[in-house]
Design a binder for this molecule. Structure first.
Ligand code: TRH
Length: 374
């Protein structure tokens, strides 16, 4: 059987994912699984905590089978199961180590292409390391080769996840109808500026809410479920502000959305605060102004990562300043979200969206890479 859009053979994939924290590890893996399945491949997703799929992908996806991270006993049973075959491609996402007993199954079966899918970064090492071989030196798979696959923002990297029908769906999106069906505590008014908020706990959050309450037009902040809702509750309390906002600001909590609906949120808003990895990419595809709360690392490695992103995408200075404060790199006051700033960020976002759309998406690149290595 041939896969639909890219005339590569339909393959069987085993994708392994460990949820470290938050939702990005599973979020990225699920998008990849669904994209592969839509292109005619069959995918097993092995994950140690699939609980978030209840809201992220409530309908599941034909062609994707979700399996619990295999225990030793489960792998022994698979070894006895004559019908079980390791996939043509095995992906360990974000350096999660494959169980040794699964490696043994790989050694015993027909050869699989073994890929380590890495985190997204715009740093220079990404282009240098993308596609490199990593010989396995120990364990049951000693002598085999893993391949590094690095997502990225330039043609010499693995690119970004982007489903073949994404632009078409975006163009057909009916913002007004979608917004009118949102389950909100207070209906939206036509003149409200819409801001989605998906973040960790930025120190500048109270300042942002205060600034929005004093804006010269109505502002609606749509707060994503989970940590963002908790962070906003703490911030409003610290400000002695009603939990629903004050002045020009109205704060509405959102339910957990599916990934598809989360995309719609980003398409519908005038400004998107996003975080981590997957929501950043989706905000780039939305083409609306965005502010990125980068995943903070103890060794402050995220500072370089943020600067590399800003440089790679030639971010305007005003937006870089906002990012520096929002991400806690500078203790300066949070710059004002003026109309002029938002307009210039919108022009930049559109330009970036167009530029990135011209590049080959991650799944297409991955299929090409696998075809070379088989
Ligand atoms: O949740 P994140 O912060 O994820 C991470 C993790 O911290 C991970 O360990 C780290 O490695 C990575 O960032 C860099 O942010 P991210 O990546 O945007 O993932 C969120 C996912 O949740 C994304 O797929 C979108 C999805 N989502 C929904 O589908 N519906 C929702 O309502 C919300 C709020 C998110």
């Amino acid at each position: 059987m041939k896969s639909d859009t890219h005339s590569s053979p339909s393959l069987r994939w085993d994708i392994f994912c460990r949820v470290i924290d938050n939702h990005g590890d599973l979020g990225v893996c699920w998008r990849l699984c669904a994209d592969l399945a839509q292109r005619g491949h069959s995918v097993r997703l092995w994950v140690d905590d699939a609980s978030a799929l209840v809201w992220m992908a409530p309908q599941g996806c034909a062609g994707v089978e979700v399996r619990a991270w295999p225990t030793e006993a489960a792998l022994q049973a698979l070894a006895q199961d004559a019908a079980f075959q390791v996939g043509n491609v095995v992906i360990e996402a974000f350096g999660c180590e494959l169980p040794e007993a699964f490696q043994t199954l790989m050694v015993q079966g027909p050869p699989s292409v073994w890929i380590n899918l890495e985190y997204l970064s715009a740093e220079r090492y990404v282009a240098r390391s993308h596609g490199l071989a990593s010989p396995v030196m120990s364990g049951p798979a000693r002598g085999m080769t893993k391949w590094f696959f690095f997502p990225g923002f330039t043609p010499n990297t693995g690119g970004l996840l982007r489903e073949p029908d994404l632009a078409e769906r975006h163009t057909a999106f009916d913002r007004t109808t979608w917004l009118s069906a949102l389950p909100l505590d207070k209906p939206l008014a036509a003149n409200e500026r819409l801001i989605s908020l998906f973040c960790y706990e930025p120190t500048a959050l109270p300042e942002l809410l205060k600034q929005l309450s004093q804006a010269d037009e109505p502002m609606r902040v749509l707060v994503a479920q989970g940590r963002p809702c908790a962070a906003v509750a703490v911030a409003t309390q610290a400000l002695h502000m009603p939990s629903r906002g004050t002045g020009q600001l109205h704060i509405s909590q959102l339910p957990y959305f599916s990934q598809t609906e989360f995309d719609h949120l980003l398409w519908a808003c005038d400004l998107n605060f996003v975080r981590g990895e997957d929501s950043l990419v989706r905000a780039l595809w939305a083409g609306q102004p965005l502010v990125w709360h980068i995943y903070p690392q103890d060794d402050l490695a995220h500072h370089d990562k943020l600067h590399a992103f800003e440089a790679a995408l030639d971010m305007p200075l005003t937006l870089r300043r906002f990012h520096a404060v929002w991400n806690g790199l500078e203790a300066a006051p949070l710059p004002t979200l003026s109309r002029a700033a938002l307009e210039s960020w919108r022009c930049w976002s559109r330009q970036v969206q167009r530029g990135l759309q011209d590049q080959t998406d991650l799944t297409t690149q991955l299929l090409g890479f696998v075809a070379q290595k088989r």
